[in-house]
Design a protein around this ligand. Structure first.
Ligand code: FRU
Length: 489
């Protein structure tokens, strides 16, 4: 049935039907987390964009709502953000009701077909009924196109020190910052150009503060297509200072920080208006890659979001800050009891199977801890009866983890899908690996999320088998798993 077809994610957000890409307009208001998304209601491939809409009280269970924003005379509705205008700076509020204001890109296909390049402009709409219905501002667009082909994806936040709204905008090969007192009049502040090694187009940027060792730092997210480390689209970030005008990276010569080393986490940004007493910085990404997103082997719907993650800046290798992402703790709401293994089979170079009881039509979390010495490796093989497998190998000498999905099931729909993808790992003591395994994805978090890796897989059935093997002096220290029940039941 619906929401239980082959490969239908059971613990990830998907639209009931048709095409989805980027998450949009994420804002928390009145006990509801809003998730809008790039949506094409008439087809399972990309087309004229709308904002689909869903809400959640725990970021885990989602309720599908009617489409939030439809195309209009200025164009279709590309990516953007939403804020709760609690001080009614926009004047859209009435009778003390806080307006939710969406800031998005209008893409004029009409202008584009006339051969013009100024077809992307920024517009706003507001809602006085908790995002259920929206009114577009009569003076749209609020930010006209200056003659630049790629001019989109506004991400807006309130900047307390300057008492202004800041818009972070993707502008071709750079990010531009604009400011506004009221979300209607926007003033250019500055641009931040990324380093030259990447020649893709910048998309869906985000700028947000995080605490690092008691100090405020600003993180700038840049989604890049193409130009990702492992091909296609991916997201990198910079750490630095922001004064309401300019972003200055702390270390302009730092090697590229990739947010997620898997192939399938793109265009992700953070939620607006998380209450101060909560204090979390919450993220969700689009779980696909533009290399093959339109041809993945699902029919009823196409694409899912990643699991929502909480972000923090922590000390990484060499005492440098690193952005860590962990699955939000409300995952507990769907978790079964931990099944813990005591007699661990794997010592040096010995293979062993870990028997857990999983549900074929649900998902699960697997949590393993290894002690790996020099010249040693440890491999996790997740498999099914159909002979599909993924292999995750921790390699101490190379200080890497490698995720191999070459034999993971259906892989032939695009030549860029099968492959082995690596990520740097600091082996400073035991290595903890957490895997969230759903019907068509595996999300890996190493050492509490210091390394994140999100990959799609299309196995015949859920990969419920767990085999561990190693070479050299590697030891499995702890092993536990638990069922994650479907969010749709
Ligand atoms: C990123 C993106 C955005 C754009 C949207 C269109 O995936 O290309 O830059 O606004 O998708 O659907």
């Amino acid at each position: 049935g619906l929401m239980s077809e082959q490969w239908r994610p059971q613990i990830h957000f998907t639209p009931k039907a048709q095409w989805m890409n980027d998450p949009n307009g994420m804002v928390y208001h009145d006990g509801e987390y809003h998730l809008f998304y790039q949506y094409h209601p008439n087809s399972n491939v990309w087309g004229p964009m709308h904002w689909g809409h869903a809400i959640s009280e725990d970021l885990i269970h989602w309720e599908h709502l009617p489409i939030g924003l439809y195309p209009d005379s200025l164009g279709t509705i590309f990516s953007g953000s939403a804020v709760a205008d609690v001080d009614n700076t926009s004047g859209f509020g009435k009778n003390g009701k806080t307006p939710l204001v969406a800031v998005y890109t209008n893409h004029s296909h009409e202008k584009e077909s006339e051969g013009r390049i100024d077809y992307q402009t920024q517009s706003i709409a507001y809602s006085l009924d908790n995002g259920r219905t929206w009114t577009k501002y009569e003076k749209n667009p609020v930010l006209d196109n200056p003659g630049i082909r790629d001019f989109r994806d506004p991400k807006v936040r309130w900047h307390e020190p300057t008492q202004k709204w800041i818009m972070t905008l993707a502008v071709k090969d750079r990010v531009s910052f604009y400011s506004s007192p009221d979300l209607k009049e926007w003033t250019f502040e500055s641009s931040f150009a990324q380093d030259e090694e990447h020649n893709g187009v910048v998309e869906c940027p985000d700028l947000f503060p995080l605490n690092y060792n008691g100090q405020e730092k600003w993180v700038l997210f840049i989604s890049l297509n193409p130009g990702f480390l492992h091909g296609g689209s991916g997201t990198k970030y910079y750490i630095g200072e922001f004064d309401g005008k300019e972003f200055i990276p702390d270390d302009p010569n730092a090697p590229t920080h990739w947010f997620d080393y898997g192939k399938d986490n793109y265009a992700g940004v953070t939620w607006s208006n998380i209450p101060e007493e909560d204090g979390r910085t919450l993220f969700i990404g689009w779980m696909s890659n533009w290399q093959y997103a339109t041809v993945v082997p699902t029919e009823q719907w196409r694409s899912a979001m990643t699991l929502p993650r909480s972000l923090e800046l922590v000390e990484g290798a060499g005492g440098k800050p690193v952005l860590k992402g962990e699955v939000v703790n409300t995952i507990e709401n769907i978790a079964g009891d931990w099944q813990e293994k005591s007699d661990l089979p794997v010592a040096a170079a010995e293979a062993g199977t870990l028997e857990f009881s999983f549900e074929e039509d649900a998902a699960y979390q697997l949590s393993l801890e290894f002690d790996i010495q020099m010249d040693a490796t440890a491999t996790i093989d997740l498999y099914n009866e159909a002979g599909d497998s993924i292999f995750i190998t921790l390699d101490k000498n190379r200080e890497l983890v490698v995720f191999d999905r070459i034999d993971s099931g259906e892989t032939t729909f695009n030549e860029n899908f099968p492959g082995k993808y690596d990520a740097p790992v600091a082996f400073e003591g035991p290595v903890k690996v957490d895997l969230y395994v759903d019907q068509s994805s595996v999300e890996m978090f190493i050492n509490g999320g210091k390394v994140q890796m999100t990959n799609l897989v299309f196995p015949e059935t859920l990969l419920t088998g767990v085999e561990i093997y190693g070479s050299g002096d590697s030891q499995l220290i702890t092993a536990k798993a638990r069922v994650l029940n479907s969010i749709w039941k």
